[in-house]
Design a protein. Structure first.
Length: 201
């Protein structure tokens, strides 16, 4: 809904606008920002109101989940991972479950869909099977954490820029997400906080 609202404003004005800018304006101000006609302002008012309503509903759901969620000590460790806040930490913890069920860090990273799903035989690629295996929610959470970490962690940004120069942005993001998933595995297993030197050497 947010992207739809922003795209509508972009088509009308040729400029990117934050959806809150449109939400907080009166009908007259919206008309002034979006052009001479009042129809674009009228059309944007409905999605802006709906976004606000959905945000309130999401907050209610999050509050209810927190009432019933049994947060383990590992949750506090996950909060030290750059880019991870309370929502992403809960998602990672609850969706991966008991970390002891993964025999190796590779098993956990694979479950979180942070590695390639390739099938090789005699050194030749035989296809990309099992791409949908694992859990999509921790995959989303680690990618989101990687995006946020680029803003706050210089070492993560350097790693991302190096990978991006070799391939492209999507693979660089996934590579950083894979590092974060491995770090989260060891952090939860050892009950330790995030350590940059262990991740980047």
């Amino acid at each position: 809904m947010i992207l739809s609202l922003q795209n509508l404003a972009l088509r009308q004005t040729g400029q990117r606008m934050d959806w809150r800018t449109l939400r907080d304006r009166s009908d007259e101000e919206r008309t002034e920002r979006l052009g001479d006609h009042d129809c674009p302002a009228f059309v944007t008012s409905a999605p802006a109101d709906l976004i606000q309503l959905l945000r309130e509903k999401i907050k209610r759901f999050a509050k209810k989940v927190l009432e019933h969620a049994h947060l383990k000590p590992a949750y506090t460790c996950l909060l030290t991972l750059p880019g991870v806040g309370v929502i992403l930490a809960r998602t990672i913890m609850l969706e991966t479950g008991d970390i002891g069920r993964f025999e190796t860090v590779g098993d956990c990273t694979s479950y979180c869909r942070c590695v390639r799903a390739t099938h090789t035989s005699n050194g030749k690629n035989k296809g990309k099977h099992n791409r949908k295996n694992g859990n999509a929610y921790p995959a989303w959470a680690f990618v989101e954490a990687a995006h946020q970490a680029l803003k706050t962690c210089p070492q993560a940004k350097r790693f991302y820029d190096h990978k991006r120069a070799q391939r492209h942005g999507a693979l660089a993001t996934k590579a950083l997400a894979a590092k974060w998933s491995k770090a989260a595995y060891y952090m939860r297993q050892r009950q330790e906080t995030f350590d940059l030197t262990r991740v980047f050497g």
